[in-house]
Each structure stands twice: as C-alpha cells, then as structure tokens.
Design a protein around this ligand. Structure first.
Ligand code: SF4
Length: 435
C-alpha cells in the first residue's frame, strides 16, 4: 500500500505535514481565566517565534476565556494559531471547536465510557469540519485507558493501538485535519511508540497523518533539554515529526529556542573531526542539544556504547573535562543506558497548576540530588499528575492551593499536607524506605 501523506493548514495559515517546515510550539502555564496574564504570555511566546500556542481549557468557562484571549490577540495583529487543551470534559472540546484553531483531546480521558467517547469524537469531527478547526489526538503513555492497558499493558504497542482506533474513525469520517502525538517521559517508550505508529499508518491506514513530537514531564534545565533532544532528535533524524514541543518546567518561552535548536541540530549536520563527528557549539545549551542529537540516537538504539568528546568545542574552546563528564552522565541517563543521578519526572505546569512549580521542583532537585537511581515526580495537579507520572518511585503532586499529596508509586501515602512541610516529608518517606 502506498500511504498518502496528509497535510493541511492550521487556521488557514500555518501549513503542517508532508514536508512542510517543522513547527515549534509551546503552552501557557497561566490560568486561562487570567486573561491579562495569559495575553502577556502569548505575546512573549509569539515574539519568541512560537508557531502554535496551547492553553488549558478545563471547561466551558475557559472556552469563553480563550475566545476573549484570541479576539484580543487578533486585534493586536498576533495571528499565532491557538490550541485548546482538553482533558476529561468532552463537552469542552465541542464548545472549543468554534473558538480554537486546534483542539487537543486525550483519548485516554476524553469520556469515561468508550462508546460515549466515540460518539462525542464523531460529533467533534463534525463541528471541527464546520469551523475549519484541526484536532490533535494527543495520547500520553501515563494516561492510557484501562480498556487498552488490559489488552496490551502500558507499552508502546498499546499507545499505537489506542491512537489507531481514533485515526480509523477520522478516515471513516473523511476528516484529515488531524495531528497525532504519543508522548512518554521515557525516551525509549516514546521513540518506539512513534515508530510503531508510522509503520501502522503506512501499512494499515494508508494515510500518514502529521505527528507532534514531545517527551512529557522532561523536567527542566540541562536534563530537560537533553531528554527532549534525545527523543525528538532521534525521530526527526528519521524523518518522523511535523511539529515539536520541548516541555520544560520553566518559563514556557524558553521552550521555543530549545525547540529551534533541536530542529537545526538535526537538519544542519555535524562537523567532521578526523573520521568522527563532533560538536561545534556557540554556548552550553547549544552544546548539550547538539550533542544529544548527535550521539543520543545511537546510544538509545544501542548502536554504540560510548562516544568521545574529542574535537568538540564551545565558543571555540575545548569542552572541559568536568563539563564533558556531566554532559555524558546526563546523556547516558536520558538514553536509559546508565543511571548515575536521580531520575526526575516533572510536568511543565499549565492552567491547572496552583503552586510555584518551578521553584518547588528546583528545591526538590536540590534536596534529593544524592538519591541516584530513584525516580521522583513533581506534578502540578492531582487531575492529571498521578496518571502522568508514569513509573516514578515517588510523587509530589499539587492538590489544591497550598497543599500536596505524596505518592509511593501510584499509591497516595500522605494526603493533602501543607506545602511547607511537603519536601521534608518526601525526604522522610524516601529515606525511610531505603533503611
Ligand atoms: S500534570 Fe501538570 S501539565 Fe499536566 S494538567 Fe496537571 S498541572 Fe497541567
């Protein structure tokens, strides 16, 4: 079967798919009901070059807020397409179809009953067709529905199967304004899921829908950038992917330059260093992203067991031994090859976050830096956090304003404790288990 590449224009102005330039997107971490705060963030994102901006849309109230934000941005001449991010409330997706330029739904939590989910999805397709709105089927490894995990486990195969079910509905309905994502915080799972999906779209579906790539809950700083560059860079290097988001637990504006650096690292190629490749970088961020895109794919696929930094440079100077070692440790861990530090899983935060996620995450990192090999999740909300924190050993999950619930694995063990005590209690929990 010769599969047909699908391409279309989001909001009639931003082409995606079938060889169009890779779009770099981000998401507001403001409350969508905070119109002025969201507008300020959208302006900064647009100025940084965001191709698409997503906003949390929990319910009908946020659909109305989104409408106001969009009208104000358009009046200011900012045309960046806006995406409504929906979880749990199918009716919010239906309402957003006439407001947003793209509606993101998560098949794992679109509606409780599968039959209801399918009926609502077909209804959504009808409304999106009517309003020229695109849909993202945005599946996450952490929120696969029970119906799928009972048959396939929480595997890349399960992710592929779950999405194919929804894509078949799109093909049946002759609706092709669709983008797909299959994100995971584990780079191996993420890469495998997308590869399986591309093969299935090509061999079973006959249509190659555009793909949105991302590593979820990648964390922040160097680790977040390296993990994202490994997952996204590996796939882009294989010609897979049409739009990307680097999810960072930082100011979301930072996601745009990180995304652009990954795209250019993959497309620009590398300097030859006597029979090998090396990285010539302008600064540290440029170095870690280029390095992760160069050596990450082969480490991830176990085609190599090691690599040399000889010949690589930052701003014309050789990479110092200490920096080189730090980078190597982080890259080996991002590729799931060697665990020498704690593994952090942290969501980027969004309109559902009710505490200062970035500073809390940095404090958790500082206090737990000695716990090599322990997987610690820091999540913004209790709605999605517990499901999305994947295979974390421990979880710090925001629960309402000023309160936190601590998890051991998937089990809540200390519920609704004051935020001021939560990091101490987390440490006590982990240290107690290690005795
Ligand atoms: S887990 Fe984080 S990013 Fe996901 S919905 Fe909750 S606050 Fe938002």
């Amino acid at each position: 079967m010769v599969a047909q590449p699908v391409s279309f224009s989001i909001a009639g102005r931003t082409p995606i798919g079938a060889g169009h330039p890779i779009l770099v997107q981000t998401m507001c971490n403001t409350s969508t009901d905070d119109i002025e705060g969201s507008l300020a963030q959208c302006r900064a994102m647009a100025a940084a070059g965001a191709d698409l901006i997503r906003l949390t849309t929990q319910g009908l109230k946020q659909v109305e807020s989104l409408r106001q934000i969009k009208e104000r941005l358009r009046a200011e001449g900012i045309q960046t397409p806006l995406v409504a991010d929906i979880h749990f409330l199918a009716d919010a997706a239906l309402a957003a179809a006439s407001v947003a330029d793209k509606v993101r739904i998560n098949p794992g939590n679109f509606a409780k009953e599968h039959e209801v989910a399918c009926a609502k999805f077909r209804e959504l397709i009808g409304l999106c067709r009517q309003h020229g709105t695109a849909i993202r089927i945005g599946l996450n490894h952490g929120s696969l529905g029970e119906r799928i995990t009972q048959r396939y486990g929480a595997t890349p195969l399960a992710m592929k199967e779950a999405v194919m079910e929804w894509l078949r509905m799109c093909v049946e309905e002759h609706f092709f304004q669709v983008v797909v994502s299959l994100k995971a915080s584990n780079t191996l799972v993420m890469v495998e899921a997308y590869r399986l999906l591309v093969a299935a779209m090509r061999d079973e579906l006959g249509y190659l829908f555009p793909l949105h790539l991302g590593v979820t809950e990648a964390g922040n700083g160097d680790e977040g950038r390296i993990k994202s560059a490994v997952g996204i860079g590996t796939l882009l290097g294989e010609g897979i992917g049409d739009t990307i988001r680097v999810s960072l637990t930082e100011d979301p504006v930072h996601e745009i330059p990180a995304g652009r650096q990954i795209v250019s690292a993959v497309t620009a190629g590398y300097s030859p260093c006597g029979g090998r490749s090396c990285v010539e970088a302008s600064d540290w961020n440029d170095f870690i992203i280029k390095g992760a895109c160069l050596w990450g794919p082969s480490l991830l696929d176990k085609k190599i067991d090691d690599f040399s930094l000889e010949g690589s440079s930052i701003d014309g100077a050789p990479v110092s031994a200490a920096d080189g070692e730090r980078f190597r440790d982080m890259l080996f861990q991002a590729c799931r090859r060697r665990f020498t530090r704690p593994e952090y899983i942290a969501c980027p935060g969004c309109g559902r976050t009710l505490y200062d996620l970035e500073s809390t995450f940095n404090e958790v990192k500082r206090r737990t830096a000695h716990l090599a090999g322990v997987k610690i999740a820091v999540m913004g909300c209790v709605v999605n956090g517990p499901g999305e924190m994947a295979d974390a050993d421990y979880g710090y999950v925001g629960e309402g304003r000023g309160h936190v619930t601590l998890y051991r694995g998937k089990t809540p063990v200390l519920r609704y404790i004051p935020q001021e005590e939560a990091i101490d209690k987390l440490l006590e929990l982990i240290e107690g288990d290690r005795k």
